[in-house]
Design a protein around this ligand. Structure first.
Ligand code: 5GP
Length: 131
């Protein structure tokens, strides 16, 4: 299976420092930064520094160190934002849009961590109605 990575995507440019970002946390293998169009008071994107197109690319081909660092980074941000329920928070949602049906706009794997308000139910139909 060959995954085609476009190194001109916007997150690749952010990783190269060509576009500014509002960094929340940087680790050896990950960068976390605020979404430019937040859907909630806290809307943070966590991306691996490696060139992975989507979750299955990352899950299939990332090293153990990258996978571990990514999971720990997401969990740390959930804690740091105050959203993690075990730390007294009200919860959060993780989203990894993938491909056409997942309506993925930026072809560099990322997880949205969204928190800070009641988020409602998750899935809408193609007309934008909640099901
Ligand atoms: P996707 O639809 O691919 O899952 O989400 C891409 C996300 O990237 C969107 O929520 C969008 O607001 C965010 N985004 C797009 N361009 C930029 C940018 O230049 N900077 C930041 N911080 N976020 C961006």
């Amino acid at each position: 299976m060959a995954y085609a990575y476009d190194n001109q995507n916007i997150f690749a440019k952010i990783l190269r420092g060509e576009i500014p970002n509002s960094t929340v946390l940087e680790t050896e293998h990950c960068l976390a930064f605020r979404d430019i169009a937040p859907a909630a008071p806290d809307h943070i994107l966590v991306i691996p520094k490696g060139a992975y197109v989507n979750f299955d690319h990352f899950g299939n081909e990332a090293s153990d160190a990258e996978l571990l660092d990514f999971s720990r980074t997401v969990a740390r941000i959930a804690r740091d934002t105050g959203a993690a329920p075990d730390a007294g928070g009200q919860g959060y949602r993780l989203i990894a849009n993938t491909g056409r049906h997942g309506v993925q706009d930026v072809p560099h794997f990322h997880i949205h961590l969204i928190a800070g308000r009641q988020l409602g139910r998750m899935i809408q139909n193609e007309n934008g109605e909640k099901s």
